[in-house]
Design a binder for this molecule. Structure first.
Ligand code: PHE
Length: 341
């Protein structure tokens, strides 16, 4: 019995030496003094001993228990002090100027960035943001837009026809015009950005898929002046210019009458550069007054309402805005290209 007591004493001491935190100390306490701890079990064995043995070992075991409790409490206090000291030291040594290794953060694709920019500008001008399908019926892509079957204007669009009869990959975002007119009562104003598809040979400035931004405003008394003002305000804000001249030329689109090509003064030069092809004007913004046939197809009375529509190449605008000289880069998946944004 004496041997056991001595062994427990020295085991406890070694264990405490190795115990460096309060959680480990608690485990040690349970191992020695817990319900099934070494010391507890030894004390329980007293009841099976003879009276003499009880007299001899009883006080010894009691002393062992007290000593163990004292040692553990003492060690606990030491640990608490040590922990407080380390915490204080850590605070003192805290270096507010230390810099962390930079985390690798992702970023948005240039398309997403310019779409967000464009939407923010138009929202600030009181426009809504609309959406429409890329897989579209002949009706919404052509017929309702005053381009009936067999009309030569269909040749303007190199169309991807699909296996589903009378269905195309939309050639422009103008399909959103009719869909919106059918769902919304004027007065209305909004834009819709998205992918469009044309069967084109791919080179640095042509792709079979590109982005457009459609815009439309319909109300009583809307005129070309509203269209020009909208175009100028938008372009000025996007290119961050206090003043930006626009120029209007006639343009033909079956769904507008009259139709226009709106050009802006080159934002890169004063006297001609490669972007404006030495002309100081950049062609950016096709639009016009919505044709009465189109309003009718959308369920709006052209005697009561007028409206303008525009549909610019968002891809082209992104190329101008960010100085991208090859359209193929957008979908190339080239990390070196994407990392620049
Ligand atoms: N949808 C025409 C195109 O893709 C652009 C346009 C839209 C022109 C709206 C006028 C009005 O070529």
């Amino acid at each position: 019995m004496i041997q056991k007591i001595n062994a427990i004493q020295s085991d406890l001491k070694t264990q405490l030496q190795q115990t460096k935190n309060q959680a480990d100390l608690e485990s040690a306490r349970v191992a020695f003094l817990g319900k099934k701890g070494f010391i507890t079990e030894l004390m329980q064995s007293l009841k099976d001993m003879s009276l003499e043995e009880k007299k001899e070992f009883g006080p010894k075991l009691q002393a062992l228990k007290q000593e163990a409790e004292a040692l553990i409490n003492q060690h606990k206090e030491t640990l608490i002090k040590q922990e407080a000291a380390t915490a204080q030291q850590r605070q003192q040594n805290f270096d507010v100027t230390a810099s962390l290794p930079s985390a690798h953060v992702g970023h948005l694709h240039p398309y997403t960035q310019i779409i967000e920019e464009i939407e923010t500008i138009f929202l600030s001008m009181g426009y809504e943001v609309w959406d429409g399908p890329e897989f579209e019926s002949d009706f919404y892509n052509f017929t309702a837009l005053n381009i009936p079957k067999d009309h030569p204007a269909r040749d303007m669009y190199d169309t991807f026809w699909t296996n589903k009869e009378n269905h195309v990959l939309r050639t422009h975002t103008s399909n959103v015009q009719i869909r919106t007119m059918q769902n919304t009562k004027p007065p209305l104003a909004g834009i819709a950005t998205g992918r469009t598809y044309r069967h084109e040979a791919v080179d640095a400035s042509h792709d079979f898929m590109f982005m457009q931004c459609e815009g439309m405003m319909i109300d009583k008394g809307v005129t070309v002046a509203h269209l020009f003002a909208a175009a100028q305000t938008f372009l000025k804000t996007l290119f961050n210019k206090k003043e930006l001249d626009i120029r209007i030329r006639p343009g033909f689109f079956p769904f507008v009458e009259p139709g226009f090509e709106i050009d802006m003064r080159c934002v890169f030069c004063k006297s001609g550069c490669s972007v404006c092809k030495k002309s100081t004007w950049i062609e950016v913004f096709p639009g016009g007054m919505i044709h009465p046939n189109v309003l009718k197809a959308g369920g709006i009375n052209p005697e009561e309402y007028t409206g303008f529509a525009f549909g610019f190449g968002l891809t082209r605008l992104a190329m101008l805005r960010y100085g991208i000289d090859d359209i193929r880069l957008f979908h190339s998946g080239k990390i070196k290209f994407l990392e620049q944004f």
